[in-house]
Design a protein around this ligand. Structure first.
Ligand SMILES: O=C(O)CCC(=O)C(=O)O
Length: 346
C-alpha cells in the first residue's frame, strides 16, 4: 500500500516500521511492510534506524553472564575480546588466529561431499526455476555455481552442534551485538568454478545484507581459499553507519558491479580474505561484501549468524531433530533466547 519505495517519505517508512516492531513484539511475526520499511530506511539513512532499534533491544535483553569464553577461537580473556570487538566496530571484520582443528574441518568436508544438497538457479537461467536437488556434490563435474545444504541437515550434524555450543564464538557475538544474541542462521555451501562470470544469485556481486536489525556472521573456510578459489571479499569500514556511500544505497537493496563499488572507495579498503581451511572470520555483513568468482577448484564454507532480534526477513523454520552434543543440551537450558530459533518448543 502507499508510495512506490523509491518515492516513499522516510517518515511514512518510520511509522510503518514502528507499528511493525510493536506487532512483532506482541505476535512474534514481522509484517512484510515493516520489513520493507527497515530496508528502505537503511537505504535512506545509512543505518541510523537500525542503530536506534538496537539500543532498545540492548536495554530489553542485556547480555548473558557467560561462564567462560573458551572454544575454537581460543581462551578469550576480556582484553582479547575487547580487541576483537574494537576491530569489528572499526573495520567490520576479524580473522581469528586460531583455526578449526583439522580433524573437525575434515569431518565437515566429508559431510559436505556425501550429503544431499541443491544447485541454486543462476542469473543466466541455465538452471531455470526452483533449485535442483542432488544426492551429493560431485567435485569433478559441477552442475552450477552454488550448492546449498539444507539447514535442517546442517544443524543435525554433531560437529555443527559442537560449534553451535562454542562459548568463544558466542562471547564474540554477544559482545558485538551488546545484548543476548539469537543464533538465527546456520548455512553451508559450495562455490564452484562452473561459471566464467560472477553470479548475482550466488552472492558473487557486491551487496549488503539487511535481513535483520543487527547481526554478526562467522564464515568458516572448510577448504583452502587462495586467490583463485573465490575468497570472501569485504570493503573495510563500510558496515559503519553511513559507511555505504549514499549513491550506492540509493540504488536500493540490490547487487552492485565492481565498477560501481570501486568508484566509491580507495583500493586499500578492499579486503580479499585468502586463508587456509579451518580459518574463522567474523564479519558484519551490513558492510559491502561478496564471494569472489571461483576460477579454479571450489570453496566450501560454513556460516553461523547471530542477530539481536528475529525481526526482519523470513527464513523457513528448521529445528534440531535431536541434540547430539551434550554441551549444547545444557547451554540451551541456560541460554534459551540464544537457541530460541533452533531448539525448544518453537
Ligand atoms: O560466499 C561469500 O563469500 C559471500 C557470502 C554472502 O554474501 C553472505 O553470506 O551474505
Amino acid at each position: 500500500m502507499g508510495f512506490p519505495a523509491k518515492f516513499r517519505p522516510p517518515l511514512w517508512s518510520a511509522i510503518r516500521l514502528a507499528l511493525g516492531v510493536i506487532q512483532y513484539w506482541s505476535q512474534g511475526r514481522t509484517p512484510p511492510a515493516a520489513y520493507h520499511s527497515l530496508i528502505h530506511l537503511f537505504c535512506r539513512n545509512g543505518g541510523k534506524s537500525n542503530d536506534w532499534l538496537s539500543r532498545f533491544i540492548s536495554l530489553a535483553y542485556p547480555p548473558y553472564r557467560l561462564e567462560h569464553h573458551s572454544g575454537v577461537l581460543g581462551n578469550l580473556d576480556d582484553q582479547t575480546l575487547d580487541r576483537v570487538v574494537k576491530q569489528l566496530n572499526e573495520e567490520g571484520y576479524y580473522v581469528f588466529e586460531q583455526r578449526l582443528p583439522d580433524e573437525l574441518s575434515e569431518r565437515l568436508l566429508n559431510f559436505a561431499l556425501s550429503q544431499r544438497c541443491t544447485v541454486r538457479p543462476m542469473d543466466d537461467k541455465r538452471l531455470v526455476g526452483s533449485p535442483k536437488h542432488v544426492d551429493h556434490y560431485n567435485r569433478e563435474n559441477p552442475e552450477g555455481v552454488r550448492y546449498d545444504f539444507i539447514a535442517q541437515d546442517v544443524i543435525d550434524n554433531p560437529d555443527v552442534q559442537q560449534l553451535m555450543a562454542d562459548s568463544s564464538i558466542i562471547a564474540v557475538a554477544q559482545q558485538y551485538l551488546r545484548c543476548k544474541p539469537i543464533f538465527d542462521v546456520m548455512s553451508m555451501w559450495w562455490h564452484t568454478a562452473y561459471s566464467k562470470v560472477p553470479d548475482k544469485e550466488a552472492a558473487q556481486w557486491w551487496h549488503f545484507d539487511m535481513d535483520r536489525i543487527k547481526w554478526l556472521k562467522f564464515f568458516i573456510y572448510l577448504t583452502d581459499v587462495g586467490p583463485d578459489n573465490g575468497p570472501h571479499s569485504f570493503v573495510a569500514g563500510s558496515h559503519r553507519t553511513g559507511g555505504i556511500s549514499a549513491s550506492l544505497r540509493l540504488k536500493g537493496y540490490t547487487r552492485l558491479t565492481d565498477e560501481e563499488v570501486e568508484a566509491c572507495y580507495p583500493k586499500e579498503r578492499f579486503i580479499e580474505l585468502t586463508a587456509p581451511r579451518g580459518t574463522i572470520i567474523a564479519e558484519d555483513t551490513r558492510g559491502l561484501h561478496k564471494g569472489k568468482l571461483v576460477c579454479q577448484g571450489d570453496r566450501l564454507l560454513l556460516q553461523l549468524q547471530f542477530s539481536n532480534s528475529l525481526f526482519g526477513g523470513f527464513y523457513p523454520p528448521s529445528r534440531c531433530s535431536q541434540v547430539l552434543d551434550r554441551n549444547l543440551q545444557s547451554m540451551s537450558a541456560r541460554y534459551p533466547r540464544l537457541y530460541s530459533n533452533y531448539l525448544g518448543a518453537g
